[in-house]
Design a protein around this ligand. Structure first.
Ligand SMILES: Nc1ncnc2c1ncn2[C@@H]1O[C@H](COP(=O)(O)OP(=O)(O)OP(=O)(O)O)[C@@H](O)[C@H]1O
Length: 352
């Protein structure tokens, strides 16, 4: 567990944070440029000192009124935007630098996890940006930190390398059981990686919650790129793999399941999905003989009339989804809050 309660004056900005973060999973520090994201994790790493306050990592004091543990004694792994490898050491040398014990099994595991076995004898100058970052992550992990701090680790990479590293990061986060604080202003990275989100604004913590709750809250409205639709992000457990068709059923409730293209993961694993309002339609009677596999029971919970469309929020087994319909359809269906409807879902994007 990471406990942060700090104040720090940064020029015109007063950074203030009061947070308790969980002991595993990725917490994204998200916000506009200049909102104080890097400054916050610099305080955790010990690169800077707060004017007042405390930071505890797993009940160990890093900072309080009496003490300030320097960076090199915090047991923290740090990955920056640029990999900052030692140019005169090979990849293997970089990885071994700072390794706490020389466990070959641990070394092999990290090398395997990050796909860097073939690079071990190369030197940083010969590596691509994405490869360098994987080595930097490997080096940080092999120091066996109690927490991993990542400050926009993908921002210096081109799109293909970003995608490649995202896949590694996603795998990594499922495997390691230390918390990761991940600074980003990318929605893509947030949706793929974050379990929890700290939203920073002008040096303050504007909100802190699970990614799903944040995404679905009005605070996030300005961050959603699509102007002509709404979307819902939800996580559901895998319930069943169809033995014939290449489909997987996810559990919304005991009664209701959502079918998606086959996901190669075990029953019970959580899958994060994005359902866009333009892929959802509503009907008042059960659509017989429909080609759409997902026809669910829902209740209308909100109706938002926009300039050229209507966004209808529906609750399906405790999950809130959105459907975009036309004003004409609203008039036709005479929808009101509390009304039961059939919710047809044409497409679902699997995020992670
Ligand atoms: N030592 C300092 N002295 C004065 N101002 C500072 C100092 N460090 C940071 N700042 C200012 O504090 C603000 C927050 O900076 P910070 O780098 O934490 O933002 P950020 O959210 O990480 O931004 P970005 O996404 O652009 O990296 C900025 O306006 C920055 O110029």
């Amino acid at each position: 567990m990471l406990r942060i309660n700090v104040k720090q004056r940064l020029g015109n900005l007063l950074l203030e944070a009061d947070l308790t973060l969980p002991s595993r999973g990725i917490t994204a520090i998200f916000g506009l440029s200049g909102s104080g994201k890097s400054s916050l994790i610099n305080l955790v790493s010990g690169l800077t000192k707060p004017d007042s306050g405390v930071i505890y990592l797993n009940n160990r004091v890093l900072v309080d009124e009496q003490s300030f543990v320097p960076s090199n004694r915090r047991n923290i792994g740090y990955v920056f935007q640029d990999a900052r490898l030692f140019p005169h050491y090979s990849v293997k040398g970089n990885l071994r630098y700072g390794m706490k014990n020389s466990s070959q099994t641990k070394f092999d595991h990290v090398v395997e996890l990050l796909g860097i076995k073939d690079l071990l004898h190369r030197y940083p100058l010969t590596l691509s940006g994405g490869e360098k970052q994987r080595v930097a992550i490997g080096r940080a992990l092999l120091s066996e930190p109690e927490i991993l701090l990542m400050d926009e680790p993908l921002s210096a990479l081109d799109l293909p390398r970003k995608r490649e590293l995202l896949n590694y990061l996603e795998k990594l986060t499922k495997e390691i059981d230390i918390p990761i604080l991940y600074v980003t202003h990318s929605i893509d990275e947030l949706l793929r990686l974050a379990e929890n989100v700290v939203l920073m604004e002008n040096g303050k913590v504007k909100a802190y919650d699970t990614l799903e709750n944040m995404w679905n809250s009005p605070l996030f409205a300005t961050w959603k790129q699509q102007e002509n639709e709404q979307s819902a992000v939800i996580s559901l457990p895998i319930f069943y793999h169809h033995p014939v068709y290449n489909m997987t059923a996810l559990q919304l409730s005991n009664e209701q399941k959502l079918w998606v293209n086959a996901i190669p993961a075990d029953i019970g694993s959580l899958v994060r999905l994005c359902i866009r309002s333009t892929d959802v339609s509503l009907a008042l009677s059960y659509p017989e003989k429909s080609s759409i596999r997902n026809i669910l029971n829902g209740i209308v919970t909100a109706i938002e009339i926009q300039d050229n469309r209507v966004d209808v929020q529906v609750e399906v087994a405790n999950y809130r989804l959105w459907a975009t319909i036309s004003k004409w359809s609203l008039q036709d269906l005479q929808l009101i809050e509390g009304q039961p409807v059939y919710v047809q879902i044409k497409a679902v994007s699997v995020l992670s």
